[in-house]
Design a protein around this ligand. Structure first.
Ligand SMILES: Nc1nc2c(c(=O)[nH]1)N[C@H]1C(S)=C(S)[C@@H](COP(=O)(O)O)O[C@H]1N2
Ligand SMILES: [Mo]
Length: 510
């Protein structure tokens, strides 16, 4: 009887480790479909990574991958796990049961990640614990098959071990993929969202004609929800059941409020077009969007609660633990319609954009104001509470900086000689855009034509028609806000409080 499998060659130990690790993670991801998304180890570990990365890394990731950053992180994690699995196999070969021990340690780290996430309970530990047990069991079985004890029953042949290991890897991966897919579509929330009927707004937005100047290739004035930029720390989009959603308003208030969705939407709803912008948006970037939001004015809810004189900030918290600190004045200002929004462009909020309730505050960057999946508002003070991105080095207050960009022509485009159309968008939320000026080839600043806007809270389209001869040209743009302040040409990176500088485009006339 041989202690080596038939054929005398060594079994592919790295593949045994890979198969066992795939079974562990796949089982856990599949079980998390049943116990709830908080128990999914990939989401939890990814969440820990996202929370831990410093601001420059976050900016670099957004610059490189844009909204695909989360998919990239998932692929990196899966690749890393495959490498760890192979290492676990090698360790098992070198020193039994070292591989199994390492796999258990990996499971323990996953468990700690899960338990560190917002809203984690005992049941969320089940997937990782059961998955790790399954992985260790598979590794032990594969080890026995590959290298039986000298006096034990004969081991399986090399080909059989190979087949078993590949089967484990494939089954584990399939279980994991199925679990993640099922977890994202089979929740109860989507059906409830489809059925949700929102009361008509008491006050509608009046959008004037001429908001869109109709230049081909320019961003539409109203951003369709499906095209709206998405920025958040959520690796798995929270899918909250509107029937169980509640909002608590507490802290420095006379009366705490605890509202469910029907109680919130029984109040008069206000419809407003508001442009959101991300502090990470570089000069000329596309991390901004304009939508029609419907919701309850936050000033009315705060007045109901009775805010203490010493308060100067509202710390909003989302179901997944993100927080934003918003200056109280921006929420209680009778002239600024800060909303607890329940709809976007006439539909219940998309899950990605905060369903069932999010904040929308004109004039402030998203990271200090636009909390999605919001469940808690604490009235407090800037010297008592710090929000998610403030802890990570971003400015505590985030008024949007005046911005303008050229969308047409595209960078390095070639356009026909004659009348050339330059067009784009400018914003200075809650102050308003009074003028947009364009300089071609370093020449004088010329006033562009402006699109109509319903208020100072949205961005504004601009266009300029000019005669240009053949050759290479550059254009730069700057805005003037309604206070008469000219947008600064001083260049600043996004961190810590938003990019500044004039956007420039080079193109060729042929
Ligand atoms: N819960 C939650 N809300 C959040 C964030 C987040 O990470 N989590 N990111 C904020 C940031 S940085 C921005 S720019 C806006 C983006 O909103 P959008 O994804 O709907 O465009 O959401 C804000 N609200
Ligand atoms: Mo942002």
């Amino acid at each position: 009887m041989s202690t080596e499998p038939a054929g005398g060659r060594r079994p592919p130990w790295w593949l045994l480790g890979l198969g066992a690790t795939a079974v562990a993670v796949g089982t856990a991801e599949l079980l998390a479909w049943v116990t709830g998304p908080v128990g999914a180890p990939l989401t939890a570990v990814g969440g820990v990574v996202v929370d831990a990365v410093p601001a420059p890394v976050k900016d670099a990731a957004i610059a490189l991958f844009g909204t695909a950053d989360k998919l990239v992180l998932l692929l990196v994690m899966v690749t890393g796990l495959a490498g760890l699995g192979a290492g676990i196999g090698a360790a098992q070969r070198a020193n039994r049961p070292m591989g199994a021990v390492l796999l258990a340690v990996l499971g323990l780290l996953g468990l700690l990640a899960v338990l560190s996430r917002a809203g984690a309970g005992a049941v969320d530990a089940v997937p990782v614990v059961a998955g790790t047990a399954a992985g260790v069991a598979v590794l032990t079985l594969l080890t026995r098959a590959a290298a039986p004890a000298p006096d034990g029953p004969a081991g399986a042949g090399r080909r059989d071990v190979l087949t078993l290991a590949v089967a484990a890897a494939v089954l584990g991966t399939a279980a994991g993929a199925a679990g993640r897919w099922a977890g994202s579509v089979a929740a109860r929330a989507p059906a409830a969202r489809e059925l949700l009927r929102l009361p008509a707004p008491a006050l509608r937005e009046r959008i004037p004609p001429g908001t869109d100047l109709g230049v081909a290739g320019a961003e539409p004035w109203l951003t369709p929800s499906g095209q709206f930029y998405r920025i958040d720390t959520a690796l798995a989009v929270p899918r909250i059941d509107v029937g169980t959603w509640r909002l608590r308003i507490h802290g420095l208030v006379e009366r705490e409020l605890d509202l469910d969705f029907d109680q919130l939407t029984a109040r008069p709803l206000l419809e407003r077009a508001v442009t959101l912008a991300c502090v990470s948006n570089p000069v000329g970037g596309d991390l901004a969007g304009n939508a029609v939001w419907t919701g309850v004015p936050l000033r009315e809810l705060l007045a109901e609660a009775g805010v203490a004189a010493e308060a100067d900030m509202v710390l909003s918290t989302s179901a997944d633990g993100f927080t934003a600190g918003t200056p109280l004045g921006a929420l209680t200002d009778p002239d600024r319609d800060a909303l607890l929004a329940v709809s976007m462009n006439g539909q219940p909020l998309p899950f990605e954009h905060g369903y069932p309730v999010r904040m929308v505050v004109p004039g402030l960057y998203g990271y200090v104001s636009a909390t999605k999946w919001v469940v808690d508002l604490e009235v407090t003070r800037f010297d008592r509470a710090e929000a998610y991105w403030t802890v990570r080095g971003w400015s505590a207050r985030g008024p949007v900086k005046t911005a303008s960009r050229i969308e047409v022509p595209r960078q390095r485009a070639t356009v026909a000689a004659g009348t050339v159309v330059l067009a784009g968008t400018a914003w200075a939320q809650h102050t308003g855009i009074a003028a947009v000026q364009v300089s071609v080839d370093g020449g004088p600043w010329r006033e562009a034509e402006l699109g109509a806007v319903p208020s100072a809270d949205t961005w504004r389209q601009w266009a300029l028609r000019t005669e240009l001869g053949p050759g290479a040209h550059t254009a730069r743009v700057r805005a003037v806000d309604a206070d008469g302040t000219v947008q600064t040409g001083e260049q600043a990176p996004p961190a810590p409080d938003g990019a500044s500088g004039w956007h420039e485009r080079g193109f060729t006339v042929a």
